[in-house]
Design a protein around this ligand. Structure first.
Ligand code: FES
Length: 144
């Protein structure tokens, strides 16, 4: 068993996913401390540059968690995010980064157990991938 504990940044939308994570805490559901939350008003607010910056600054994995489709408080923010994440995953793949290091999912305010499961699964996946090594990737200028 490895001693590696990945750094995972989770951008969570204020209205659903943050509330789901908060509920998980309130219920004392245990989830990995590998995941660090950054609250944003909408998953659509997560500029792709935020994600690249997170990787550049040491994240081994990044999650974006938002409201379920149809529930976005800004109507289409999460739908735009879905397209952006797919594009980013393709870009990461082209630069030799496993796209599993970037995850998009939906967590409603009442889905504390789903939040717990997603956080723990992401930790397992990124742990199995090991630390992200960006040497060469940064040199391309993509993460400069
Ligand atoms: Fe939650 Fe837009 S407000 S994804």
């Amino acid at each position: 068993m490895s001693d590696f504990h990945p750094n995972i940044v989770a951008f969570v939308c204020n209205w659903c996913s943050y509330a789901g994570a908060d509920k998980a805490g309130g219920q004392k559901l245990q989830y990995t401390s590998d995941v660090k939350l950054i609250r944003v008003m909408c998953s659509g607010r997560v500029d792709p540059q935020f994600i690249l910056d997170a990787f550049r600054k040491g994240a081994d994995g990044v999650m974006v968690l938002g409201c379920h489709p149809g529930d976005c408080h800004y109507r289409t923010g999460n739908l735009k995010t879905m397209k952006r994440i797919k594009l980013l995953q393709n870009t990461l793949t082209q630069f030799g980064v496993n796209p599993d290091r970037l995850k998009l999912d939906w967590v409603a305010a009442g889905e504390s157990e789903k939040f717990q499961r997603i956080a723990n699964e992401m930790s397992r996946i990124v742990s199995s991938l090991g630390p992200l090594k960006l040497r060469g990737f940064v040199e391309t200028g993509v993460l400069a």
